[in-house]
Every structure is written in structure tokens, then in C-alpha cells.
Design a protein around this ligand. Structure first.
Ligand code: BTN
Length: 256
């Protein structure tokens, strides 16, 4: 895997997009010590101070784009595996908030932004750009306070230093294993049981927020394709896009 490192950049996902055009068909790892315009899901800003593991992987498509529908879930499993390797004492406290936030003791420690770079003729079949941000080795006080989405850092949970480079190496390794598995057998037995075991809020009532609107329901689990199952007053709903809110309030209400 060819690596490009920036001491400071706008966004590793943006750089990855540029670099994927220069290196079609290659798996690339793009990292930065800090990002000035880190991007999160749903147009949010991702605060990216020094001490975080800010990385993007360019993964050229070997299958049809539809085969990668669960790529962000596979990435979420890969990130929890890597964090468990780095901080075994936290293994039992890591959860996946569907679809792809990683929680540590109920607070967000990592996020994943999966984007598709379409193919362009001789430049190949296109690529997935999987951006991963891990709040690794900095004080959580440096994170912007968001009462709705409480966040933490790995450093706050482990006793002893967290080495960002080790986090990046472990995540890149686990991610390439998980994406290869996904290509060969889908989520399947190698990823699905772990996704289900680590799924946050199972049995609790939560609000699912998607473009179409919001709905509250009891979290049941995920189906074989990784879609979230919610029991609502109107019956079971299968969610394939959007996100679960960490509390059971609806957007617009301010969590105090
Ligand atoms: C989210 O939880 O909303 C996703 C956050 C993804 C952040 C990472 S940091 C590395 C990569 N570059 C970006 O601009 N975003 C992703």
C-alpha cells in the first residue's frame, strides 16, 4: 500500500480523491498530522487537531459498486478490531453506532466517511475512499463540545501513551483485510457476528434520522446486509441510510 503523508492538509479524503486520479488502480493510504477542513458525514465539520489518526484509504473497485454497500460497516468492524489491538483493556467498551461511528464507553472515539470515486474510462473502475478519523492521542478538552454527540479520545481511556503511528498501521491492516473479506464473501460469518455483537443501543428506543425524516423505534439489530432493523409503532422498519441519534430525542430539540 503506497502511503502519502501530509504534515497539514485540508482533508485526507480530498487529497485521496486527487491522488487516486494520479495513481489509478492502486491502493493508497493518505494520512495527515492535522486537517484544516476535515469532513464528517452529513456535511458536518470534523475537528482534526494534532494527535489524531486522520487517514483515508483509496480502495480501487474490483467488483460492481453495489457489492460495496456495506463497506462502511466492514470498516467499522475493522476499526474496532484495530483499536482492540492497540488498547486491549478497552475491548469490552468499544461499540459500533450504526452505521459507522465507533463509541468508547458510549462516547464517539472514531468516525468513518465512505465516498465513491466514480470510474473514468481508462482511469479504471473507480475507487472507494474510506476516510477514518480517530481521536487518538490528545486531550478530549480539545474537542468541540457537542452535547448531542459526546466524544472522547483513546488517550483518555487508556493508561499510558497512545502512539498515533501504531493506530494508523493497525487500522490500515485491519481495513484491507475486512475489505478483501467483503469482496469475497460479503459481510458473512467473518464480519457480521462481530458487527452484531458490538452494535450499540440494541433493545433501546432511539431515533433514526434519514433524508425522508425521523422515526423512533426499538433497535433490534442488523440484517444480513447490514441494514438496521427498528421496531416502530408502525411495524418493523429496515434502514439502509441515515443515522441513529445517540439519545432518543428528535433533531431540533436541544439536549441539555
Ligand atoms: C463522521 O463521523 O462524521 C465521519 C468523520 C470522518 C473523519 C475522517 S478524518 C480523515 C478523513 N478526512 C476527512 O476529511 N474526513 C475523514
Amino acid at each position: 500500500m503506497r502511503r502519502f503523508h501530509f504534515d497539514a492538509t485540508d482533508s485526507t479524503n480530498t487529497q485521496a480523491r486527487r491522488l487516486s486520479e494520479l495513481h489509478p488502480g492502486e491502493v493508497l493510504l493518505v494520512t495527515a498530522a492535522e486537517q484544516s477542513s476535515g469532513r464528517g458525514r452529513q456535511g458536518r465539520t470534523w475537528h482534526s487537531p494534532r494527535g489524531g489518526a486522520w487517514m483515508s484509504i483509496v480502495w480501487p473497485l474490483r467488483k460492481k459498486p453495489a457489492e460495496y454497500a456495506a463497506a462502511s460497516l466492514a470498516a467499522a468492524v475493522a476499526v474496532t478490531r484495530a483499536l482492540q489491538e492497540i488498547a486491549p483493556q478497552c475491548a469490552g467498551d468499544l461499540q459500533i453506532k450504526w452505521p459507522n461511528d465507533i463509541l468508547l464507553n458510549g462516547e464517539k472515539v472514531a468516525g468513518i466517511l465512505c465516498e465513491l470515486q466514480p470510474g473514468r474510462g481508462e482511469l479504471g473502475a473507480g475507487a472507494l475512499i474510506i476516510g477514518i478519523g480517530i481521536n487518538a492521542a490528545f486531550d478530549p478538552d480539545r474537542l468541540q463540545k457537542d452535547l448531542r454527540h459526546p466524544a472522547t479520545t483513546l488517550q483518555a481511556a487508556v493508561e499510558g501513551p497512545v502512539i498515533v503511528e501504531e493506530v494508523i498501521t493497525a487500522v490500515a491492516h485491519q481495513l484491507s483485510l475486512a475489505l478483501t473479506t467483503l469482496e469475497n464473501e460479503g459481510l458473512g460469518p467473518a464480519l457480521l457476528p462481530e458487527l452484531r455483537r458490538r452494535l450499540a443501543y440494541v433493545g433501546a428506543v432511539r431515533t433514526w434520522s434519514a433524508e425522508k425524516g425521523v422515526v423512533a423505534g426499538r433497535v433490534v439489530g442488523v440484517d444480513a446486509a447490514g441494514r438496521l432493523l427498528l421496531d416502530t409503532d408502525a411495524g418493523q422498519v429496515t434502514c439502509s441510510a441515515g443515522e441513529l441519534l445517540p439519545d432518543n430525542s428528535t433533531p431540533g430539540e436541544d439536549a441539555l
